[in-house]
Design a protein around this ligand. Sequence first.
Ligand code: ZN
Ligand code: ZN
Length: 365
Amino acid sequence: MPPERRAARRDALLALLPRQGLDGLVVTHLPNVRYLTGFTGSSGLAVLLREETIFVSDFRYRTQAESEVGDVARIEITPTDRWERVRQLLGEYAGVGAVGFESQTVTVEEASSLAKGNDRRVAFRATKGLVEQLRASKDPDEVEAIRQAAHLAHEALDATLETVRAGQREREVAAVLEGELRRRGSEWHPFPTIVASGPRSALPHARTADREIVRGDLLLLDFGAQVDGYCADITRTVVVGRAPDERQRTIYELVRAAQLAARERIRSGMTGKDADALARSVIEARGFGDAFGHSLGHGLGLEVHEGPRLSALNLEPLPEAAVVTIEPGVYVAGWGGVRIEDDVLLRAGGAELLSRGDTQLRALT
Ligand code: ZN
Ligand code: ZN
């Protein structure tokens, strides 16, 4: 990531702080640290002040920190408690009185020790979602990374589906899929791969199990890929071993129509609630509203689940250039479920597909 990009993000964050009554922010949520500094390791925090950015980590990350972060931050490698080091560092700045910390990653224990130190000059205050607010709108290179991740995810799925047969176990299918994802350049699986067959496909967050796939089963595959830290998230549901029966076809086409309706009508500026309703209204109109028990989708980026949410609970407008999933589903206990998930970039004029959007019902015969 070029240093100018990180400088622009730093400026955007600093611009949010006066409204919160803050002179700085201690960033501990690792995806936020990565977003602001470029650090990809698993232990480090960033202190953003008007005067400078300070990156604090330990001995294990000295070399990595220098190469990834050295051009945008002062690096402090400390053998002691990192919060103690943060306090010492903040003491160097006479004008810093109130500093925020990220409430989603700071533990109760850490927060209470910070509060106890409030007799000192710097006061620490809990904040929520400041960096996430910036992350919700993607830069062009972030969009490109997600597009690449989606592209390789589809190629891995194609290669996997060619090998799927009745009689295999779900875990065998997941192993092939995960191998294909890695071979094609996915850095990691951003969440546990879901391969759910037959009645298990009715569990929206099924874990892959050792169930043997039976001829005629619905097979739901929900999986991710990661490129430059950015995640794609795709679901396809297929029928194994024979042509779909009438009920499979009916429910599949309903979910497909709902997904397409949302893809065609969603745009930035509408609320998360209104976006959710685009697909939900289609499913409810056919009497399956109760069988679609989760929200329509979620933001994608350095995390596989981030803002904005396409949910009836989200009354905020969707930001321009957000990347979100569109993943309606219908789940019938004891029978099975269908979910179809694609990834899109939101613009005021509509959505641009980043994944393939090839949702016609596939039978593996
Ligand atoms: Zn998914
Ligand atoms: Zn998803």
